[in-house]
Design a protein around this ligand. Structure first.
Ligand SMILES: Cc1cc2nc3c(=O)[nH]c(=O)nc-3n(C[C@H](O)[C@H](O)[C@H](O)COP(=O)(O)OP(=O)(O)OC[C@H]3O[C@@H](n4cnc5c(N)ncnc54)[C@H](O)[C@@H]3O)c2cc1C
Length: 456
């Protein structure tokens, strides 16, 4: 045989594992290399452990809310080691399942780093073994960005380390304005820490609908997270009691932990892509076509390393579509539009499709339906948290362009709203659905009048 393998996958995360399994089940001889732990970011240090920490952090609010319903909760205390270790146990269980599934599918796993030697050859960094493959799939994901050059940078951590902290911080300063920053602020605050976000932009959650962003600012501050915008860090130093951070405003902040959540870069450094002649963009992302094929015919790339839509279900779709296209004779381009996403903040966000600003730019005239209310549950609890719902509709066609919710269960609700947006339903069809009472979600089908247009 000309090559050792038909397919060599680099990176056993969400995308790589799916691609390897489907290709192998289709009869290809497949190997996969993983430098850290099988399962990748989502399973080991992303979505899964994060959501488990979110669940853990929600109890404090539930205890507070319970008083209005007649409960007295006394002596509630929180033990970080218990939560951390239970989360890690679950992560290890899931990683084991991923490994077993790979082996069951006939894939050969190598638990070490791999790099490209040329367009058909991969070298394993630790053992030095070298293998040839007809095709190589780059599925190496992304890695946290750091504030390079910041004095004291090494005193901070990223989300990677946040899951494994030996000690729970009493105070945490989080740097960044994206969903990871907001989620960790909510997790730590919900678990009892003082949380403060410092962000160089003027608002959190760039890329989300502006009303949602404004709503989350109000609600996050109401929840007790301190937001400091238009500010950066100039220094981190060790202090007698933790760390001392200097901000660009000159303010000194004493804290126990600094967490950098300023974005992620595609994991292509040192991968040898240049040796194979694979084109990358200015961010280091592998440039691919709609079938995930790179500029070199034998090299493909999927998931976060391509920096298209950096979410787990997308990486899985990319991986599955690649295997279908190449090994099952079913050419499958992936449509990256109208992918729903969530932010597990307080309240959580669920969103799909275009925000108002983007919709106006790409579709011209739009109608906006919006409601902002205090949900029934909060009336008795005394919790002041409000829910925002917003629907963006193309005026000319009446088609739904986006559905955006900040409120309890928003991610669960939006998964289904995404079906309607993806299917291109009209607002009239949406409204023909009878409400389900009593729910918060019923408000979504009861917004009959668009908000009046502000004068141009
Ligand atoms: C804190 C956090 C929370 C997140 N929450 C969500 C969420 O709620 N929902 C959601 O959809 N997405 C979430 N994401 C994003 C999600 O984790 C990624 O989109 C997804 O994991 C991408 O899958 P992937 O297969 O492209 O890469 P990854 O899952 O990152 O897998 C890449 C793998 O390649 C390995 N690797 C890298 N280089 C090499 C090499 N040279 N040799 C061998 N192995 C290598 C890495 O160790 C890694 O295991 C979150 C991410 C983070 C960081």
């Amino acid at each position: 045989m000309k090559y050792d393998y038909d397919l060599f996958v680099i990176g056993a995360g969400s995308g790589g594992v799916r691609a390897a399994r489907i290709a192998s089940q289709a009869g290809a001889r497949v190997a996969i290399a993983e430098e850290y732990r099988i399962g990748g970011t989502c399973v080991i240090r992303g979505c899964v452990p994060k959501k488990l920490l979110v669940y853990g952090s929600e109890f404090s609010q539930a205890f507070a809310d319970s008083a209005g319903f007649g409960w007295t909760v006394t002596g509630a205390t929180f033990d970080w080691a218990t939560l951390r270790d239970n989360v890690q146990k679950e992560v290890t269980r899931l990683s084991g399942i991923y490994n077993t599934n790979l082996i069951k599918a006939g894939v050969t796993p190598f638990e070490e780093r791999a790099e490209l030697v040329d367009a058909h050859t991969v070298r394993l960094a630790k053992s030095g073994s070298q293998f040839t493959a007809e095709r190589v799939l780059i599925a190496t994901g992304g890695a946290p960005q750091l504030l390079d050059g910041l004095p004291g940078l090494e005193l901070g951590i990223t989300s990677n380390e946040a899951f494994l902290l030996p000690k729970f911080p009493r105070r945490i300063l989080i740097v960044g304005g994206g969903y990871v920053a907001l989620e960790f602020a909510n997790i730590f605050h919900g678990l009892g820490a003082e949380a403060r976000i410092v962000h160089r932009g003027d608002r959190m959650l760039r890329g989300f609908d502006d009303d949602l962003r404004a709503h989350l600012h109000i609600e996050s501050e109401r929840f007790g997270i301190r937001l400091t915008m238009k500010t950066t860090l100039t220094k981190i130093e060790k202090a007698k009691d933790g760390l001392r951070v200097t901000l660009s405003t000159g303010e000194h902040v004493d804290t126990d932990q600094v967490l950098f959540a300023i974005g992620r870069h595609p994991n292509t450094r040192g991968l040898g892509l240049e040796r194979a002649g694979v084109e990358v963009d200015k961010y280091g992302a592998v440039v691919v076509d709609e079938y995930s094929q790179s500029s070199v015919a034998s090299v493909y790339a999927i998931g976060d390393v391509t920096n298209r839509v950096n979410l787990t279900p997308v990486a899985i779709r990319d991986g599955h579509a690649f295997a279908d296209s190449v090994y099952r004779n079913r050419p499958t381009p992936v449509d990256h539009r109208s992918v729903p996403s969530a932010v597990f903040g307080r309240p959580p966000i669920g969103t799909v499709g275009l925000g108002e600003g983007d919709a106006r730019l790409s579709h011209g005239e739009v109608d906006i339906y919006r409601t902002n209310f205090r949900p029934m549950r909060n009336m008795i609890s005394g919790n002041q948290e409000r829910t925002l719902m917003k629907i963006v509709v193309e005026r000319a066609t009446d088609k739904l362009l986006g559905v955006h919710i900040a409120g309890e269960d928003a991610p669960e609700i939006v998964q289904l709203a995404a079906v309607a947006v993806k299917a291109g339903l009209t607002k009239k069809q949406w409204d023909s659905t009878v409400a389900l009472h009593p729910t918060a979600a019923e408000e979504l089908v009861l917004m009959r009048e668009p908000v009046p247009r502000s004068p141009a």
